[in-house]
Design a protein around this ligand. Structure first.
Ligand code: ADP
Ligand code: MG
Length: 657
């Protein structure tokens, strides 16, 4: 069995819909190990085309192309990739070294593609470079070498995977006569070691170095002569080693990322700019989320600070608050349906309820309620019954009412009436259930909602005993019906169970809680909208990634072609570009987070000064979301250029200038 056999090979290029051009016509030829074959012929006669077919770069042909008896025309994409990687070594006229990689890396790249371990890679590459006499130059970049040296690097690269067949397409075409000699010597010695070397050349002199010369004219072999060459073929037979089938691995994701990182270093400024762009998007999304979260937790705290955790407030109905009409919330709170006896009974029977307290909460915008102390008086917006909801913690001054006629003022009423009102008698005029009442009370203390709730301290409210109002109304023959009920529980768990039960029974929860829920819902919507708007900048930056990677694909077309020629699968190419996108994503995510963190510190510093609160709450989950988002968005944006790169035809890519 011959090592390489071409049987009835025909190949045409389609020029347009109706015309095609036949490049190769019925080629029948075979080759053995240890041969050094020169293919000569005029430019355009089809030499490179044959090489590309043999090299597995182009599988569009008719006929059979047998390597070790296997027809590579029937190979799958994957098998072809392996074939190129393991059995073929390519040397091109213009070296095609990757300019930004060192000599060593240029040679090891084929091993990197096979996921060979680093030490082994370096060892093999160093050996190959020694073979071509370049051991001293391994750390240089290609542009620091002469043309001949570069071509020797390309030969070392072709040898690295120990292929059976070396294809050299005009390897000396760009060299002067002296370096041509050096390169030819090396090529000759490769054949002597038992490889099949096929070399395309223009020069008769170069052809004279080979053991066989094949002449091509217009796609046909017109001459095939074997010639004896001086020192060739002596060591040939005994040096031929039994070829062992190789199973090589593929490019690992880690190596792809390293290659990508290397590529990106070349265009560092450009990549940093892109990463900055993306990071702005990430920063804004994370900032908005943190801001929403901060404000929400501020309000939650505020609402909680109203509450005694052991007391469950109940109102008659689950108030329906129309989000389009903010005043409906007020109306719902101000005019509540009273509880009936059976309701109170039902509530008292709920498991865990220790005590049922009757209460009311009147909130009015009209000046129907007022309080006066001596000559000063002020309107009351809130008139609320005392209950277990209020604890010592809610006292700014004085004590909780103990006698029936004692009341609490809130901070704003206290300020309005003057601070000497504490312990003094005040007069309250109010309209309750459409009944005007008038009564004298003693101020026992001042209510505060605590640090979290400036609002509750600024609207004019007082807290009166339920029984006091009840008896004032009774004097006029009117019965007070409770509009609020407070259920006292033993512990917080029971309290939250009770809360669920009352909702199931169809009662409404506490006023503050309802308003709070309403507010939180609105804040949630606002946060999402803000984050969404910020997300648009992310979209813009992802398009930027897309464009930059597209440009990169175009710039590196030749490099991609070369990588394919030395055995990179289209998957590997894709992987390299996706890795680049991944790196941009993770970098920008990190930059974005750091910026968001700095912003949060600054914003919180000022908000602390002004509102005494941290408006931004940057939590770990948001950071994770930020980096993930940035990585995913970048990788999605990178997918299209990567796909384009992966789909490039190796022969076409190599031909680009
Ligand atoms: P050479 O012997 O100079 O290496 P090639 O094998 O590169 O010649 O090309 C052989 C012929 O095929 C040329 O006439 C060239 O114009 C033609 N050819 C090569 N590639 C294509 C292509 N992609 N489409 C159409 N014609 C092509
Ligand atoms: Mg050519």
């Amino acid at each position: 069995m011959r090592l390489l056999e071409l049987r009835n090979i025909n190949k045409s290029y389609k020029i347009n819909d109706s015309q095609s051009f036949q490049v190769l016509k019925n080629i029948n030829v075979s080759f053995d190990k240890g041969e050094l074959v020169s293919i000569i012929g005029e430019s355009g006669s089809g030499k490179s085309t044959i090489m590309n077919l043999i090299g597995g770069l182009d599988s569009q042909f008719d006929g059979e192309l047998l390597v070790d008896g296997q027809n590579i025309g029937t190979f799958s994409e994957k098998e072809l990739d392996c074939y190129r990687k393991d059995q073929i070594g390519f040397v091109f006229q213009n070296c095609n070294l990757i300019p930004h990689l060192s000599i060593l890396d240029n040679v090891t790249i084929a091993l990197t593609l096979s996921n060979v371990d680093k030490n082994e890679r370096i060892e093999k590459a160093t050996k190959a470079l020694e073979q071509v006499g370049l051991a001293k130059h391994i750390h240089k970049k290609p542009n620091q070498l002469s043309g001949g040296q570069r071509q020797r690097v390309a030969i070392a690269r072709a040898l690295i995977n120990d292929p059976e067949i070396i294809l050299a397409d005009e390897p000396t075409g760009a060299l002067d006569s002296e370096t041509t000699e050096q390169v030819l010597d090396i090529i000759q010695s490769i054949a002597q070691k038992g490889k099949l070397v096929i070399m395309v050349t223009h020069s008769e002199k170069v052809a004279a170095h080979s053991s066989r010369v094949i002449q091509i004219l217009d796609g046909e072999i017109i001459k095939d002569t074997t010639q004896s060459v001086s020192d060739c073929s002596s060591t040939l037979e005994n040096n031929i080693k039994q070829s062992t089938p190789k199973v090589s691995e593929n490019l690992s994701f880690f190596s792809a990322t390293k290659l990508a990182a290397h590529n990106m270093k070349q265009k560092l400024k450009r990549n940093i700019l892109v990463a900055l762009g993306v990071s702005i998007g990430i920063m804004s999304v994370v900032t908005m989320l943190a801001l929403g979260n901060g404000i929400k937790s501020y309000f939650s705290n505020m609402i909680d600070s109203f509450m005694n955790p052991l007391v469950v407030e109940v109102s008659m109905e689950q108030a329906t608050i129309d989000p389009n009409d903010p005043m409906s919330a007020m109306t719902a709170i101000g005019m509540k349906e009273p509880f009936k006896e059976e309701n109170l009974k039902e509530l008292s029977e709920i498991k865990g309820v220790k005590e049922v307290e009757k209460g009311f909460q009147y909130i009015t915008m009209t000046p129907s309620n007022s309080i006066s102390y001596g000559d000063t008086s002020c309107y009351l917006m809130g008139l609320t019954s005392m209950s277990s909801v209020l604890t010592e913690a809610n006292l700014a001054e004085g004590k909780l009412p103990s006698a029936e006629n004692e009341i609490l003022l809130n901070q704003s009423v206290y300020d309005e009436l003057g601070h000497d009102v504490l312990g003094q008698v005040v007069e309250v005029d109010a309209l309750i259930d459409n009944q005007p009442i008038k009564g004298e009370f003693v101020v026992s203390g001042v209510y505060t909602a605590g640090d979290h709730n400036a609002l509750a301290d600024t609207n004019h409210s007082i807290y009166v005993n339920y029984s006091a109002i009840e008896s004032l109304l009774a004097e006029q023959g009117h019965t007070l019906e409770p509009t609020m009920v407070y259920l006292v529980a033993d512990d917080e768990n029971t309290a939250s169970q009770i809360k669920t039960t009352i909702t199931d029974l169809g009662y409404g929860g506490s006023t503050q809680e309802m308003m709070g829920d309403q507010m939180l819902t609105m804040l949630n919507i606002l946060t999402i909208v803000l984050a969404g708007i910020a997300g648009i900048s992310l979209l813009v930056s992802s398009i930027m990634i897309l464009v930059v990677l597209y440009i990169s694909v175009v710039e590196r077309t030749k490099e991609i072609g070369l990588l394919r020629a030395i055995g990179a699968r289209s998957k590997d190419i894709k992987r390299i570009f996706v890795s680049e996108a991944f790196l941009i994503g993770i970098t920008s995510g990190t930059i974005g987070l750091v910026t968001a963190y700095v912003v949060s510190i600054v914003v919180n510093y000022f908000s602390m000064q002004i509102f005494e609160m941290n408006v931004m709450n940057l939590t770990i989950p948001y950071c994770v979301v930020g980096v993930l988002l940035s990585t995913i968005v970048s990788m999605i944006a990178g997918l299209f250029p990567a796909q384009k790169a992966a789909k490039l035809d190796p022969v076409d890519s190599l031909r680009t200038e």
